[in-house]
Design a protein around this ligand. Sequence first.
Ligand SMILES: NC(=O)c1ccc[n+]([C@@H]2O[C@H](COP(=O)([O-])OP(=O)(O)OC[C@H]3O[C@@H](n4cnc5c(N)ncnc54)[C@H](OP(=O)(O)O)[C@@H]3O)[C@@H](O)[C@H]2O)c1
Length: 397
Amino acid sequence: MWRLFAFILPVIRVYLIGVKVLLYQLFHRSFTLPEQLGCRLRMKKLIWDQREGACRGFDSSNNRLLFTRFSLRREAGRFTSRNPETVQRHTADTTKDFDEQTVLRNIKDDLRNASTLPRQNGTVAIVTGGARGMGYETSRHLASLGTHVVIAGNEEEEGLRAVRRIQKESGHRKGTFARFRSEAAFSRTEKNSIIKFTLCSAGVMLVPERKTVDGFELHFGLNYLGHFLLTNLLLDVLSDSGHSGRFSRVVTVSSATHYGGRLDLNDLQGRSCYCSHGAYSQSKLALVLFTYHLQERLWARGDPITANVVDPGMVDTDLYQNLCSPAQLAKKPVAKLLFRTPAEGASTAIYVAASSELEGFGGLYLYNGHKKSSSASSYDKQLQEKLWTKSCAMVGL
Ligand SMILES: NC(=O)c1ccc[n+]([C@@H]2O[C@H](COP(=O)([O-])OP(=O)(O)OC[C@H]3O[C@@H](n4cnc5c(N)ncnc54)[C@H](OP(=O)(O)O)[C@@H]3O)[C@@H](O)[C@H]2O)c1
């Protein structure tokens, strides 16, 4: 009976969290990178639609509709954009009569001053799982900003294909492939580089009980422990590459399932009762605990490195390939309607890695481009410390 509960509860938790995320995605647009907003700066023509109380924007070069509307609301003496994708802030003085021209001018000013992601020339980013899905989108975007991306993956052919595509797109040699498995050798190879970013995106979900080559349960070993080891091995290089005002950045990719995660320090690898849903949520909770504790240690040492954790939402990638057949069938139409695309899913990680607004900010959990609270247990400092100590022992640090 106890075993049945231990097996079923994590499944129920994961599905309930999934429904909650989908409901959020139904009512909220995906976060848009400042860069994408920046490309709209060319837009000159704004048309006010009195009937709809909204504004339409056209690309002046080809008169193409760029976005449908800024829904402006009269709100506490201000007109505020309800569309986070476009302008965050524009105001009109409502003590005067409504002045359409003022509103349009404010919108244009905001668009002109909108920030873009800064160029990252001369930097190196290591992106685990960078050959596919969100990791690939992240690698691609960072390469377009001038970063040399090292894709750390498992499938060499796929990794090299991704590198070639990135090189073709960016027009430079902006990509290399390295095996994620041999972290030690890998970090030695990169020791002389100016590594500014480590993005921990590799992951598997709901895999039937399997082990990594080192004998760790796959979710725990790959999603968490591999990233724990890799990041620790790269800390000195990251520290040397950063300086005050331009910190190096570690970004880990967790998931909303961490809210349902339970960390069993006595049985981290689910030996007593294995449940793939529980194993996945646990590995994602471990990533959050690790990121927070890492940041504490970095502040204490005075290292110019920040560590943040992101939650990409539900994204249509190969990650769902291990769902059971009925769930696969149900997932297809839902994914079409409500899941984010890999590019949308990657946008928060890219933002956290490259935006100047987050310079110097660490120990944050970000979802859809905004700071959010993670689960209560993830802030438990004792648990963070214990997991860190245990992880060091497991990987021999
Ligand atoms: N998709 C979602 O809805 C969602 C939601 C929340 C969080 N996430 C998280 O986002 C991250 C990216 O997932 P995704 O959705 O982009 O999934 P994906 O398309 O399946 O990509 C997973 C990546 O992980 C790598 N990987 C898998 N097994 C590996 C192994 N044994 N060794 C090294 N690398 C391995 C893969 O590299 P190879 O191709 O080289 O095997 C692949 O690039 C994951 O950490 C996932 O948990 C995803």
